[in-house]
Ligand binder design. Sequence first.
Ligand SMILES: *Cc1c(COP(=O)(O)O)cnc(C)c1O
Length: 230
Amino acid sequence: MENTLAQRYVDLQRKIAQSAVAINRLPEHICLIAVSKTFPACDIQALYDLGQRHFGENYIQEWQEKVFRLPESIVWHIIGDIQSNKTRLVAENADWVHTLSREKIAERLSQQRPENKPPLQVCVEVNISGETQKHGLAAGEVLEFCRYIKTLPQLNLRGLMAVASDADEITVKQQMQKMHALFISLNNQGFQLDTLSMGMSGDWLWALEYGATHIRIGSALFGKRNYAQK
Ligand SMILES: *Cc1c(COP(=O)(O)O)cnc(C)c1O
């Protein structure tokens, strides 16, 4: 059978639902974010036409070139690092930001979020692997940062996000377990977090075992990315 985008989408949805049931989780509590970076608006439209609503983008400029050609009912998740000169575009056009880790960016996003829109839904990015090339806060810095986010009126703190290492199963699962523990610990300290954003094409199955509520899947849906053509 031809391996089309539509086919991959239907297969992935089925696999997610089956995997959820196998670990006693409700499929409707798992949000699939289709990560469309480097892929054209027509691919996003094709998945939209099949019912997909949540899409993730990393590069603000690239996303802006696509966003105005696509349906308004798309829920946009920003999952890449945000420079301060791009916060306005994000505050005005995104629904979610998964990658908060700097006070200055958080403050600008809150200030620039239009008052006629609901608050921006945000997650704090945790550098769970400790790799220096990765973004995010160390686990020990998260509590204080979450307290700060709660003071910003146009941000709604929803949870935590992480990118696990590209490593063996045991290492990745240890990182995911730490994320889950941090998530529980924050809720025990009075935060009402309902979002644990972790899991990508190569490790989403493990992420579901460790309580991920939002999985961000790119290449397993859209195919291999070609950064040169971006
Ligand atoms: C690109 C990206 C993804 C999707 O990665 P795939 O391995 O293609 O599924 C998920 N999360 C983040 C933060 C990304 O940058």
